[in-house]
Design a protein around this ligand. Structure first.
Ligand SMILES: *[C@@H]1O[C@H](CO)[C@@H](O)[C@H](O)[C@H]1NC(C)=O
Ligand SMILES: *[C@@H]1O[C@H](CO)[C@@H](O)[C@H](O)[C@H]1NC(C)=O
Ligand SMILES: *[C@@H]1O[C@H](CO)[C@@H](O)[C@H](O)[C@H]1NC(C)=O
Length: 371
């Protein structure tokens, strides 16, 4: 686009008037009447430009104004969204998430008592009249629910239907674990990522861990930020998970590791020994875990001579500091490291921190997979 043309300045003006109008609409109570507003009399080309230009939270607010506004957004919006659609139980949000940005679109919080107040406004979502407030600082809508699960499902349905897109990520807790399956069942494209956050070591967690690691077959990226029960063990083969991040990975054994076929494998804490690492390295050198780009494990103590046992003839110490970013955005600074080469010429740097971590970074760095 070149310098702002008069048409664009006009459009910006219309948009600012427009957002004021949306805000003023929330003063009235149900039912909301269509605004006496000239926007929808614009020809479709500029109208589409305005709609594409608006942030998703503003579009959701606008969609509640009338059936006309809802259907215009649903049919005219074309521009891709910045980031992935994400359903997050942490604050009961539907949001867009990109590498450096997070745009909340709609929230479903438990706020039932407050919602009886006369002053609160209502919008119609999937046939229900739902009390809503405007978030005081960020301006997105917060809907009030007695049953938050029902709230999350309703706002998810509403946003995916309005924007005609599928959910890419679910950030789940123990309480909301069922949302993973619920989202996956109702859409055509499989979820790309699940983040599971829970702090509990109850044996009932075993089932959830096994579901994520074995049964939930269609995710490419899994982050398990949950304590595992002390007796948790995973037997059998790992399925193919492109990026696996485990915060409390003490339960991961060398046998587990040898069945993984990942691109990023990060164990934020691990009980793997130096000789386990040696076995894994030899496994990679002989063609195992062929897609691997970044492996990192915090084990507490690394003895590099044990890790490289039998491999020193193939290891070249490199003193230069190098930065490494994996396809899934995990970053390590390789202060120095041993470069080792696979028979097909692919090189990996083995870097270690004596009191901390072992890192295997495979070259070349691949570009960002995060879309
Ligand atoms: C974040 O996303 C919003 C909405 O898409 C956009 O207006 C804002 O400029 C973005 N911020 C950054 C830092 O990219
Ligand atoms: C909350 O809503 C969900 C989904 O609509 C439903 O399955 C569940 O039984 C509800 N819980 C209560 C306590 O009503
Ligand atoms: C490596 O990353 C650090 C920040 O983590 C940055 O300051 C530095 O310039 C980077 N070096 C290169 C060669 O990209």
């Amino acid at each position: 686009m070149t310098s702002p043309s008069p048409l664009f300045r006009l459009l910006f003006w219309i948009i600012s008037v427009f957002i004021q109008t949306i805000k003023s609409l929330f003063i009235s109570n149900i039912p909301l009447h269509p605004p006496p507003f000239p926007l929808f009399r614009l020809p479709y080309v500029p109208l589409r430009k305005i709609i594409d230009f608006m942030d998703p939270d503003a579009l959701v607010s606008l969609s509640f104004c009338s059936q006309k506004s809802h259907s215009v957004i649903k049919t005219q919006r074309r521009a891709p969204f910045a980031g992935r659609l994400c359903v997050s139980w942490a604050n009961r949000d539907v949001l867009f998430h990109s590498v450096n940005n997070l745009t909340r679109v709609l929230r479903a919080c438990y706020d039932w008592h407050h919602s009886y107040s006369n002053k609160i406004n209502h919008v119609k979502m999937n046939g229900l009249y739902v009390p809503v407030r405007v978030h005081p600082s960020d301006g997105y809508l917060v809907s009030c629910w007695e049953n938050e699960t029902k709230g999350m499902k309703t706002i998810t349905q509403y946003v995916t239907d309005l924007f005609n897109i599928d959910v890419s990520e679910v950030w789940a807790s123990k309480q909301s674990f069922h949302m993973i399956e619920w989202v996956n069942r109702r859409q055509k494209t499989p979820l790309k990522k699940v983040i599971y956050m829970a702090c509990s070591i109850w044996p009932s967690e075993n089932k959830k861990m096994i579901y994520l690691l074995r049964d939930c077959t269609i995710l490419t990226e899994i982050c398990i930020c949950s304590d595992a029960p002390l007796d948790f063990r995973f037997s059998g083969n790992f399925r193919r998970i492109d990026s696996l991040y485990i915060s409390y990975g003490q339960w991961v054994t060398i046998d587990n590791l040898l069945t993984m076929d990942g691109i990023d494998i990060i164990l934020k804490s691990s009980s793997l020994s130096n000789s386990d690492m040696n076995v894994f390295l030899k496994h990679w050198l002989s063609g195992g875990c062929p897609r691997l780009k970044l492996f990192g494990a915090k084990t507490g103590s690394v003895d590099i001579l044990q890790v490289l046992d039998g491999l020193l003839h193939n290891a070249v110490f490199v003193e230069n500091r190098r930065n490494y970013t994996s396809p899934f955005g995990h970053q390590w600074i390789l202060w120095d490291g041993y470069d080792i080469q696979r028979a097909d010429g692919v090189t990996a740097t083995v870097h270690y921190q004596p009191l901390g971590a072992l890192v295997i970074a495979v070259w070349p760095e691949a570009s960002d997979n995060y879309t």
